[in-house]
Design a protein around this ligand. Structure first.
Ligand SMILES: Nc1nc2c(ncn2[C@@H]2O[C@H](COP(=O)(O)OP(=O)(O)OP(=O)(O)O)[C@@H](O)[C@H]2O)c(=O)[nH]1
Ligand SMILES: [Zn+2]
Length: 358
């Protein structure tokens, strides 16, 4: 799958081992294409199965990460041709997750096994190198290959467009970038040419940049007309209560996901390091191993800013993300500590009560 260097999961081997172990069942493999409250739609070859999670799996789940999500490969026992019980969630190639809000879990999976993310921006006011960088960090954290898509290029003059190109290329060397318009014939050719059949894509981008227009345009090929697929894409657009994977006429899969817009920065240092590689490289030359690159003597990062070798904006952004990450990790830590204290208090109270009864 393109430049994705992560190790490929050998599903065949895993599945045959599980099947051997569970030979009293006749398990089938399928992919979760829709996630509802407690129901999953599973695509298995040409069958759509309504799946429920095996009670055992639900109750033994220690976090939401172990429950099925859109994009997951699962093993299920079919029972009447259209229903099934999910027995296994197979290991994930990639996980796109976000901080859970208000829930007891730390993370919530948005989708699993996404190969490529299209980071969509529009020329004009939405355009922000910093925002692209945030999305790149998310991709690197998740093991998803990013592709930057600058859309609405029909709104830019030749000169403006070449300025945008230069900005992107200077800042994100090595990241594939496409320039598209859904309002011009042929405006999607570069995207169409790039998309791999059977690979799974998602769109990341602010509201209004043209994500739905892109999906609609991609699904409106002459081959399929505007029939089923665009209908299901439309449906996805208006139904904000669940996530869905649709197959496009070009054979690739697209996660049409309203929630994907709320993706935040997750808690991995790895993503930061990959995105801000130049800073990481420089940091190796800092005098102190634990240099915070803020005021230290012999800081190679600060020296590079001074000499003009490092973009100060990239530095600012790096520090900002670092702070955010720290805040997140700290708040997690504090929350856990509070929970522990609370548990202790309950225990003590119970013991006191017992004493009192005696
Ligand atoms: N000029 C121009 N307008 C576009 C293009 N693509 C989309 N638009 C317009 O931009 C507006 C927003 O497009 P959407 O596809 O709804 O954007 P979105 O990213 O899906 O927005 P949300 O659904 O709010 O997340 C619509 O009015 C589109 O017609 C383009 O290539 N050029
Ligand atoms: Zn330093």
């Amino acid at each position: 799958m393109g430049s994705n260097s992560t190790k490929k999961i050998d599903y065949e081997k895993i599945v045959s081992e599980i099947k051997k172990e569970m030979s009293h069942l006749s398990l089938r493999m399928g992919r979760v294409v829709q996630e509802h409250k407690d129901r999953y739609i599973i695509q298995a070859e040409n069958d759509q199965i309504t799946g429920e999670l095996l009670g055992n799996l639900r109750y033994s789940a220690t976090s939401r990460l172990s429950l099925p999500a859109v994009g997951d490969w699962v093993l299920f026992q079919e029972f009447d041709g259209s229903s099934g019980i999910i027995h296994h969630v197979l290991p994930r190639q990639t996980i796109l997750k976000r901080k859970a809000v208000g829930g007891k879990d730390d993370f919530q999976i948005i989708a699993a096994n996404i190969d490529y993310a299209l980071i969509v921006q529009a020329v004009g006011r939405d355009f922000s190198l910093n925002r692209i960088e945030r999305y790149l960090t998310i991709c690197h954290d998740s093991g998803i290959v990013p592709i930057v898509v600058l859309n609405k290029i029909d709104l830019a003059s030749e000169v403006e467009l070449s300025e945008f190109k230069k900005l992107i290329q200077d800042r994100f060397r090595g990241v594939q970038t496409l320039y598209t318009s859904t309002h011009e014939p042929g405006g999607l050719d570069s995207l169409q040419a790039l998309m791999e059949s059977n690979a799974t894509y998602c769109m990341l981008g602010s509201s209004g940049v043209g994500k739905s227009s892109l999906i609609n345009a991609l699904s409106g090929s002459e081959l399929f007309g505007t029939s089923e697929i665009s209908e299901s894409v439309q449906r996805g657009k208006h139904t904000t209560t669940h996530r869905e994977i649709v197959q496009l006429p070009n054979g690739s899969f697209m996660i049409d996901n309203p929630g994907i817009r709320e993706v935040g920065i997750a808690d991995s240092k790895k993503g930061l390091e990959l995105t801000f590689h130049p800073i990481q490289m420089l940091a190796e030359d800092c005098k102190f191993k634990d240099c915070s690159h803020q005021a230290e003597v012999g800081c190679a990062v600060l020296a590079a800013i001074e000499s003009g070798a490092l973009d100060p904006e990239l530095y600012e952004n790096y520090m900002k993300l670092n702070r955010e990450q720290e805040r997140f990790t700290t708040s997690l830590h504090e929350r856990r500590k509070k929970e522990k204290q609370f548990g202790k208090m309950i225990k003590q109270t119970m013991q006191e009560k017992k004493k009192w009864k005696r």
